[in-house]
Design a binder for this molecule. Structure first.
Ligand SMILES: Nc1ncnc2c1ncn2[C@@H]1O[C@H](COP(=O)(O)OP(=O)(O)OP(=O)(O)O)[C@@H](O)[C@H]1O
Ligand SMILES: [Mg+2]
Length: 365
């Protein structure tokens, strides 16, 4: 199936971090957002990500993005795909958030979050290899969101059931009667999530390997393996929760389940986390993002928006060159932020394909 191009025609923001009011009319291929430190570049990229996905890559507390002194943050995105215009809109307040798809409340949040596929690469991603497993779980979930959208509901239901189980364990002890029913729900949804993540790890592994090969120009074998913290078998899952009641009550958290999942990465048979050099780890992080882009493109039949936040500042010139090559070859509409726009040369793009913006204190100057 041919992939659609997705093109943001307009982004409008109000009250988002330091951006009081802003309207961005991007070029179809490449958009370079420049500015000194602290002027709002990451905030702009973050706003694009939030309005497309209903989540932030910077924080789990979405209310943080509301501009100090404002009651609301509003974001509105107009997108063109296959000649069809679509609109996504988000409003955030301290009390909650609302999402609108073409002016209407979406049937499920996942319908909203998959409308405009997007992949972000930000400086925090450079810790994907050596950092905490949380980042790698999020990565698997981003891939699974498109390949198996139901997994996103499973994750929410699982988390809710597990939280209730924990509360009851701590308040009423491991003999409480409601536990069995809650554990059955947690086991069913947790097993479902494990299946989706295992599948995501498999597709991602292949795509990351290929990207890593392209980047390094070497035939280094890259292994990516899903390391489940729970089980993809609901029966076994429920049994484990039952046996672990006392233990989980004492440690005040569940010792079994996908909240303990990881994705292990190794290069030529050795754990990348322990053995790869810092430079190799960064290169691998970049390959992971390229792999994510490939997987999301494959399953969404579209070229996802690509957001690159200030990546060159954290990389050496060779790797920065690799990022730029990647951007030049990409079919996606790209948004990059940088303090050094002069380094970003794109001789192959025509005038209309690239736009440059400069942010100063939250405004375009
Ligand atoms: N909720 C908020 N309300 C108002 N201002 C905020 C809020 N959150 C963050 N800021 C401020 O917004 C400014 C812009 O931050 P941002 O991270 O977008 O800068 P940046 O241009 O990416 O800088 P750098 O080049 O250092 O990465 C900062 O001064 C930050 O303190
Ligand atoms: Mg920044």
């Amino acid at each position: 199936m041919a992939r659609s191009r997705i093109v943001v025609e307009r982004l409008r923001l109000a009250g988002f971090r330091n951006l009081e009011q802003l309207e961005l009319t991007p070029a179809a291929r490449l958009n370079v957002i420049a500015g000194d430190n602290g002027q709002g570049k990451t905030s702009l990229i973050e706003a694009l990500y939030v309005v497309a996905t209903s989540r932030s890559f910077r924080t789990n507390r979405l209310a943080e993005v509301i501009r100090q002194g404002n009651a609301y943050a509003n974001i509105e995105l107009r997108v063109m795909r296959d000649g069809q215009r679509g609109e996504q809109r988000g409003q955030l307040s301290a009390r909650g958030r609302s999402w609108r798809l073409d002016g209407k409340k979406p049937p499920r949040l996942v319908d909203y979050a998959t409308r405009t596929p997007v992949v972000v690469f930000h400086p925090g991603d450079l810790a994907l290899v050596h950092g905490s497993a949380q980042g790698r779980r999020t990565l698997l979930d981003r891939v699974a969101l498109f390949s198996d959208p139901v997994s996103s509901d499973a994750r929410q239901r699982y988390t809710r059931a597990l939280k209730s189980r924990q509360r009851i364990l701590e308040q009423r002890g491991s003999g409480a009667r409601e536990l069995a029913a809650l554990e059955a729900v947690a086991a069913g949804q947790g097993a479902r999530l494990a299946q989706a993540r295992a599948q995501a790890a498999e597709s991602l592994g292949g795509a990351v390997s290929r990207a890593f090969g392209t980047l390094t120009g070497q035939a280094l074998a890259l292994g990516a393996r899903y390391v489940p913290g729970g089980s993809s078998d609901a029966g076994e899952f429920a049994e484990q929760l039952r046996i672990r009641r006392d233990k989980d009550r004492l440690r005040r958290s569940a010792s079994f389940g996908p909240q303990r999942d990881d994705l292990s990465l190794d290069v030529d048979g050795r754990a990348a986390k322990a053995y790869a050099s810092q430079g190799q780890q960064r290169l691998l992080a970049l390959a992971i993002k390229m792999g994510e882009l490939e997987c999301v493109a494959e399953t969404s039949h579209a070229e996802p928006l690509l957001l690159l936040d200030d990546v060159s500042s954290e990389l050496d010139p060779t790797r920065t060159g690799a990022v730029y090559d990647f951007v030049r070859q990409s079919q996606s509409q790209v948004f990059v932020t940088t303090t050094r726009p002069d380094l970003f040369v794109t001789p192959t793009l025509s005038l209309g394909e690239r736009s440059d913006f400069v942010l100063r204190q939250g405004r375009f100057s």
